[in-house]
Design a binder for this molecule. Structure first.
Ligand SMILES: [Mg+2]
Length: 122
């Protein structure tokens, strides 16, 4: 299954590649990375429609379009994609994220086991 990770911090890509190495080798998960909300939307729009992305995990605090804005765009344009938020701000944006249709709200530092469970249950 394809999962898109959106974060302006590039070392997040390395973390995900380490934690999901086995699932990627077994082709259970394909990770796609975007480094801004704008980049994420562009990639989604450029894909064969509807995109095969099943999950988006997005940081909230990013320059330009933030994660909550991205969430709203995705829910309008690609309603079948589940979006979860990742943030260092524990509960500050929780209500807004839920109101806009987020699936989950993960806080940094990420609990990759919880994240993995959430993704693999589909
Ligand atoms: Mg950030």
């Amino acid at each position: 299954m394809k999962v898109m990770v959106v974060d302006d911090e590039k070392d997040v890509e390395l973390l995900f590649r380490q934690y999901f190495r086995k699932e990627m080798q077994q082709k259970k998960i394909e990770l796609i990375f975007a480094f801004s909300g704008e980049d994420a939307l562009k990639q989604l729009r450029d894909m064969k429609q509807p995109p095969e992305i099943m999950f988006i995990l997005s940081d909230i605090n990013m320059p330009g379009m933030n994660g909550l804005e991205l969430l709203q765009h995705v829910k309008r344009e690609f309603p079948s994609i589940k979006v979860s938020m990742i943030t260092a701000y524990s509960n500050q944006y929780y209500d807004a994220a839920m109101e806009y249709g987020a699936e989950h709200y993960f806080t940094k530092p990420l609990d990759f086991n919880a994240l993995k469970q959430e993704i693999l249950k589909g």
